[in-house]
Design a binder for this molecule. Structure first.
Ligand SMILES: C=CC1=C(C)c2cc3[nH]c(cc4nc(cc5[nH]c(cc1n2)c(C)c5CCC(=O)O)C(CCC(=O)O)=C4C)c(C)c3C=C
Ligand SMILES: [Fe+2]
Ligand SMILES: [Fe+2]
Length: 352
């Protein structure tokens, strides 16, 4: 390595870089970078430990001072949690891999194909905030494809610092190392987007047609620590916008809609009401049937297929409830893929 090796990443060679009268630049398709949270490579303790170590070392996710938290993480969390999670991940694993990865990929590929049908060429890539494929590898693929403009689409309808902001930070970490930076746009949130809400409502109605309507429809969102909302995270407000939009779109059946927050982690207070205690209380007070959906997750994952479909259902039945039917995430739903393509199209550059 030369003493003067560049601290910046190598750029694709431009044969006309020094030409006095260069030919016009070749047209380049915009890049679209879809980002989701990430998931272990395999449902094994080793792969889960690697994933959790990266995820839970993110100061956007755990805001306890790092020196203290790293001791707790390495002494108490990482030696135990991966073993407890491995059988649960095995239970939800699809033949093609982790549901979160498989469904996110279907969305990224589906949008590229849908836009192609509309005569719009884009280069879509998927990057995961933690694990693989990494955001850096996806950004590199967009660089290698010659994308001069990149639209970043975090696959979170509701903004949270622990999901959206950390994804944006990671993209900047990559572009900071580039000499020839692309032009960038970022989608921040879309909690009440018409196409998103219509796709959710269509899936609720299809479920009701097949199984009938339960007494209540529970919309369960991933929680975050309450203090982070008090400090300015707009996540709760975004979740409530989604709840209101679904309720309105359901008309009379909107009266069945309730919301709660799941997946509490650690000892702090999180957003309330909590999903599992809510279901237990409903069962004890005589509610017999519930439909449950997780509108904040665009792809099924451990938090939906295990926590809601299995654990929360068991808790509801244990307390005397009769049926809890889980309505799957939008995943590769063609109506949703078209709606996501609309979101992308509306945010693309209009001039070449
Ligand atoms: C959809 C939005 C999500 C928010 C907001 C969120 C915040 C958040 N999560 C944790 C801790 C964990 N989350 C875990 C899994 C997980 N979380 C999301 C999404 C959001 N998290 C998804 C899609 C997944 C599933 C990944 C999969 O592989 O299927 C986990 C790992 C599982 C476990 O150990 O229980 C943890 C831990 C915190 C602390 C947090 C906000 C501060
Ligand atoms: Fe989470
Ligand atoms: Fe969880």
């Amino acid at each position: 390595m030369s003493l003067f090796a560049s601290r910046y990443l190598a750029e694709p060679a431009d044969p006309h870089a020094l030409a006095v009268d260069p030919p016009p630049r070749p047209a380049s398709a915009p890049g679209v970078l879809f980002i989701n949270l990430g998931t272990p490579d395999e449902p094994t303790p080793t792969a889960i430990r690697r994933y959790l170590a990266e995820f839970l070392s993110d100061p956007r996710v755990i805001e306890i001072p790092q020196p203290v938290w790293q001791v707790i993480l390495r002494l108490f969390v990482l030696p135990r949690r991966p073993h407890a999670l491995a059988p649960r991940y095995k239970d939800i694993w699809w033949e093609e891999g982790s549901p979160l990865l498989v469904a996110s990929r279907q969305q990224a590929e589906g949008v590229q194909q849908e836009l192609a049908r509309r005569g719009i060429t884009v280069h879509a890539e998927l990057g995961m905030r933690y694990g693989n494929p990494s955001i850096a590898s996806a950004m590199q693929a967009l660089r290698d494809a010659g994308c001069e403009r990149i639209l970043v689409v975090p696959l979170y309808p509701q903004y949270a610092a622990s999901t959206t902001a950390t994804a944006v930070d990671k993209v900047h970490e990559y572009t900071r190392r580039r000499r020839n930076q692309p032009e960038m746009r970022f989608i921040k949130r879309f909690p009440a987007d018409r196409g998103y809400i219509d796709a959710l409502v269509h899936s609720i109605q299809a479920h009701w047609q097949q199984h009938g309507k339960a007494e209540r429809l529970l919309l369960s969102f991933h929680g975050i620590p309450r203090v982070t909302v008090e400090q300015g995270d707009p996540y709760h407000r975004d979740c409530m916008e989604t709840v209101r939009a679904i309720r309105q779109a359901l008309g009379e059946d909107g009266a069945r809609v309730h919301h709660a927050f799941q997946s509490r982690f650690g000892a702090q207070e999180w957003l309330q009401p909590y999903t599992e205690p809510t279901l237990r209380e409903w069962a004890r007070s005589g509610v017999r049937s519930v439909d449950a959906m997780c509108p904040g997750f665009l792809a099924d994952c451990l938090e939906t297929l295990e926590e809601i479909q299995v654990e929360c259902r068991d808790a509801f039945i244990e307390e005397g409830g009769e049926t809890l039917r889980y309505i799957p995430c939008l995943n590769g739903d063609p109506q949703w893929v078209r709606a996501l393509a609309d979101i992308v199209q509306q945010n693309l550059w209009h001039s070449p």
